[in-house]
Design a protein around this ligand. Structure first.
Ligand code: NZQ
Ligand code: ZN
Length: 403
């Protein structure tokens, strides 16, 4: 078991009605000047399960504050305009706290805004490259505007981690931003908000979380307790996604999914395991940077092809480790015997619930696979992954995703 040093300062407030119950008292702990961040409008829609929109509810709860807004944050959030616009508002309006209302993209963008606004000395419009250096980690984040979030999508686990993923369109970069300073102070998680998720997003969230767990499970050093924890979480996701596909407003199923996804990216599932290098995320980030596809769909497509590749291309003791991991994964989750059936079961599950399982199905053709493989090899450090991947391996995996 490897050493670990773990701390998560985020307060989680989970359950039906928690925003109405506690948002006001939480927001009173911060200053008067609030920036609300949100996406393309899902928080303004009223569904058959709600009496009014989340946006209206939040605005009423914090009506005693001075409220500013940044809307239109896109999936795969962009550095410019969204992060830059948010930092400008924080600087010009002396924002005390940012309230992120939306999915992982809104929260990731909020984290970058908070970290850059807290760290940058000069005005953002005069220091765009320095702001980008902070997001890339080339310049350390020294402070951040406090973040409270209401997370509306069960997927990334951004509500319980210190990371965000930001895209810069001009350079096809999609980079992870990490800082202890951007852990949300408080995360509100009400599973009823996910009743309105389109099926595509529900499924993408499931695939994202399963993949977060797999990135932790497939490593050199692991312990039985973590294996059981992670296998249990994936089994719960597999069972509960089938329930919500039949019955989107099933509270208990939505709640169990959200509980699994909230823990999914925090590291808590695998304390004591060795690092894996997160190879599937390294490859997927290129797909969603170059083609703006949905992150969870990209991951589902890559997952079985990566498993097959490391099975076929590892040797010696590493190969024995790979076989042990894939067999145990399949046996304890799908009740399969052997590696090939384990990989097939993972693929078939994603296909069965309705996720597109080839790159052409999400609009990606052969033309830029080599360019993306090169970009991943140069930027993601996958030669240091548990099973090292070089440019050729990455290209082979992308090609295997074509059919
Ligand atoms: O923009 P709006 O109108 O709000 O609509 C969103 C968006 O179109 C919609 N949505 C969200 N909640 C909804 C809803 N629609 C109806 N009802 C609701 N309750 O869903 C769409 C997708 O939202 P998005 O926030 O993009 O999804 P997700 O939470 O999956 O976030 C994906 C982003 O997170 C990054 C991904 O790379 C991607 O950029 N990741 C962040 C991580 C982290 N912070 O730790 C780790 C992950 O591995 C991942 O890389
Ligand atoms: Zn992910």
């Amino acid at each position: 078991m490897v050493n670990f040093d773990y701390q998560t300062p985020t307060r989680l407030i989970f359950g039906k009605g928690v925003v109405r119950e506690k948002l006001s008292s939480v927001m009173n702990k911060f200053g008067k000047r609030v920036l609300i961040t949100y996406g393309g409008g899902s928080i303004k829609r009223v569904s058959e399960w709600q009496s009014r929109s989340l946006y209206d509810e939040v605005k009423e709860i914090i009506a005693d504050k001075e409220v500013f807004e940044l809307s239109g944050i896109q999936p795969n959030p962009k550095f410019n305009p969204s992060v830059v616009d948010g930092v400008r508002i924080c600087q010009d309006e002396k924002i005390d706290v940012i309230l992120s209302v939306g999915g992982g993209s809104v929260l990731d963008c909020t984290k970058a805004i908070a970290g850059v606004a807290g760290t940058l000395q000069g005005k953002v419009d005069d220091n765009i490259e320095e702001a980008w250096d902070i997001v890339c980690g080339r310049k350390p984040t020294t402070s951040a505007v406090p973040i409270v979030d209401i997370i509306t999508m069960a997927a990334t686990g951004s509500e319980y981690d210190s990371g965000g993923v930001i895209s810069r369109t001009e350079t096809n970069d999609k980079l992870a931003y990490f800082s202890y300073h951007v852990f949300p102070a408080v995360s509100f998680i009400d599973p009823t908000y996910t009743f309105t998720l389109p099926v595509k997003q529900t499924l993408a969230g499931i695939a994202d979380c399963i993949n977060h767990i797999m990135e932790s499970y497939f490593c050199a050093e692991h312990i039985d307790m973590n294996d059981a924890f992670m296998e249990g979480a994936i089994k719960s996701l597999i069972k509960n996604v089938k329930t919500v596909l039949r019955d989107p407003a099933n509270y208990d199923a939505r709640a169990e999914i959200f509980y699994a996804t909230t823990l999914g990216c925090n590291g808590i599932y695998c304390l004591g395991n060795s690092a894996s290098g997160w190879p599937m995320h390294g490859m997927e980030h290129a797909l969603s940077a170059y083609y703006d596809i949905t992150h969870g769909e990209g991951l589902a497509i890559i997952t079985p092809r990566w498993m097959q590749h490391i099975l076929e291309h590892s040797t010696g003791d590493l190969h024995n480790q790979v076989v042990e991991r894939i067999e145990k994964f399949g046996k304890n989750i799908f009740d399969t015997e052997g590696c090939e059936t384990s990989i097939k079961a993972m693929h078939d599950f994603f296909r069965e619930i309705g996720i597109p399982m080839t790159l052409p199905e999400v609009g990606i053709d052969e033309s830029r696979l080599a360019e993306m493989a090169k970009h991943v090899a140069e930027n993601e450090g996958l030669d240091q992954a548990w099973v090292p991947l070089l440019e050729k391996d990455i290209l082979d995996i992308f090609k295997a995703c074509m059919k």
